[in-house]
Design a protein around this ligand. Structure first.
Ligand code: 5GP
Ligand code: MN
Length: 353
């Protein structure tokens, strides 16, 4: 049995919000990932099947690696279709905010969204959400926003509307936000939800291969280089650090999404339980952190890297140079492990002369 974790009063209000409007905009965080796209598109399909004029507006382009996504052609991308985005937002009567917890996560799109005089519904699984929503379906214990969208559909009595396309979208989010059913999926109900999704006869293997196991040759070479040449280990502190500069990224013809799962790789080493990846972007350093077990990286990202996220998977933006971001990482080591010699790290392999 899949339990009703969203309280009935919330579901009732959501139903009345939806019944009372026609034009609905659904948005998600910048650099949308499998869960952001899966949850927004799935909800959009359901609302359209209910006869609503629903549109997904993303802050920026999804990475090339997610172009396979079912239903992606309909997406309104703010950085690409700004006029259209402005138009649909100005006409919106209801706004859904999916897979993010704060307006900071939607970049410049926030300038358009914040002044809107419409009701806002949050559906999200990140820690510490803003409290600026009329309905908050915030469950940090959930595997993914796709799980929560499934639960919303189920509790609204709309499961019969979940067709193959909707189920395919949900499957990709359930899959990618759990690292291929590896973490954040201890709740047995997760597998009941998965079973319900699979009953829609989705192309499970095809979607798995596209979402989890498709990389360009450049991306594979970049990941190989990063692990072989750039991974620093700090076994005493259970830590790993990988950095990639703009110059290194350009050398491998970097496209967004090419380093998506790189930060997880050092966690394969038994003594490493937290991992940091620093990537030099045009105007900032993008920070990605992952951990295993009882070690919070969301706290680290909030305190040192202007970000946050989940207990075991978090990120942030560091304003400064790559060297300064590395110095911030060393500061984390010094603060968290004051008794260790934090300079005694294993240096990345240097090229032999
Ligand atoms: P990733 O490392 O894949 O970019 O992000 C992992 C998780 O960290 C995301 O699901 C999100 O919760 C969080 N995250 C990533 N970047 C940021 C950021 O800049 N700010 C905040 N608050 N959270 C972030
Ligand atoms: Mn998510």
């Amino acid at each position: 049995m899949i339990s009703s974790i969203i309280d009935e009063h919330t579901i009732e209000r959501l139903r009345s919000f939806i019944n009372g409007v026609n034009r609905i905009v659904i948005t998600c965080h910048k650099s949308p990932d499998g869960d952001a796209l899966g949850s927004t598109l799935a909800l959009c399909h359901i609302l359209r099947r209910l006869g609503k004029d629903a549109v997904v507006v993303t802050p920026d382009m999804p990475p090339k690696s997610l172009e396979f996504f079912p239903g992606l052609r309909d997406l309104v991308v703010f950085t690409k279709h700004e006029l259209r985005a402005r138009h649909v937002l100005s006409e919106a009567q209801l706004l859904f905010c999916l897979d993010f917890n704060s307006m900071k996560r939607i970049d410049r799109l926030a300038e358009l969204v914040e002044p809107l005089k419409v009701r806002r519904v949050l559906i999200d699984h990140h820690l510490d959400p803003d409290d600026t929503f009329d309905i908050m379906i915030s469950h940090p214990e959930a595997s993914s926003t796709c799980e929560l969208v499934f639960r919303v559909i189920m509790q609204m009595g709309l499961l019969r509307m979940m067709d193959r396309l909707t189920a395919s979208c949900l499957y990709v989010g359930l899959l990618t936000d759990t690292g291929g059913f590896a973490y954040s999926c201890d709740n047995p109900e997760f597998y009941e939800i998965l079973a319900s999704v699979l009953r829609r006869r989705i192309d499970r293997i095809g979607l798995y291969n596209k979402a989890m196991n498709t990389f360009s040759a450049d991306s594979l070479r970049l990941q190989g280089y990063a692990i072989s040449e750039k991974m620093q280990l700090f076994p005493e502190q259970g830590a790993a650090l990988i950095t990639l500069s703009k110059e290194e990224l350009e050398r491998f013809n970097y496209n967004r999404g090419d380093t998506e799962t790189l930060v997880n790789k050092p966690l394969a080493i038994p003594e490493i339980y937290w991992s940091v990846f620093l990537r030099e972007d045009a105007d900032k350093i993008k920070v990605s952190c992952r951990s295993q077990g009882d070690f919070s990286v969301s706290d680290i990202c909030a305190k040192y890297f202007n970000g946050g996220g989940h207990f075991n998977a978090a990120g942030g933006d560091f304003v400064g140079t790559l060297d300064e971001a590395v110095a911030a990482f060393h500061q984390v080591l010094a603060d968290l492990f004051p008794d260790q010699d934090n300079n005694n790290d294993e240096q990345p392999t240097q090229e032999q002369e």
